[in-house]
Design a protein around this ligand. Sequence first.
Ligand code: ADP
Ligand code: MG
Length: 212
Amino acid sequence: MATTLNVEQVRSVLSAACQAIYDAREALSDADRQIGDGDHGVGMGRGFKAAREAVNEADLGTVGDAFKAVGSAVMRTSGGASGAVFGTMFRGPAKVLSSDTLDGEGLAAALEESAAQVQLRGKAKPGDKTMLDALVPAGVAAREAAAAGGDVTAVAKAAAAAAHEGCEATINMKATVGKSKSLGERSIGYRDPGAISVTILLDTIAQEIEAA
Ligand code: ADP
Ligand code: MG
């Protein structure tokens, strides 16, 4: 159970997270078919396949370089809302990850910065029924775990658990941004597809860090 990761461990953790999204692409499109246009898994599958290749091959000086490789590839290849949103999720925190190791404090700072950058770029907020309803609580929980002295495994597990809870909470929310907005009340009763993606990403990251 890792307390701190080196850059090669971060590379393999992120690579596994990319693979998990690619593997879940059909379920993600099914979720988007309920309240959107049914393409979430297509864009995410394409983007994170490219991201996996990019992070596997990137020259890594810092942990941020690995996050940047993932985010840039997603931004370049995903298309749709998810390209900008999930590209920013990974590229946004690259600048706060300037070390060649990742500890609990670093992961908490990265998740907070990630949530802040996605909000800045996408102009949505918690409660709008988007991926932010999983990512923002994940950042808050990560910070709490780090403040309590948690190592990188403890912080990752706290973030994943909060993302899960946040994703479940989107079931009862009415969409107020993006393609689901036009459904109004009819968007209630389904999980937000992007929130499901955040949960898969953070779950895989936590599992891989724990196993590292
Ligand atoms: P599109 O909406 O272009 O078809 P996708 O289906 O790939 O793109 O992605 C939809 C997901 O993107 C939503 O489930 C939501 O979580 C996320 N999303 C959309 N707009 C925003 C936004 N402004 N901020 C954060 N997330 C957003
Ligand atoms: Mg869509």
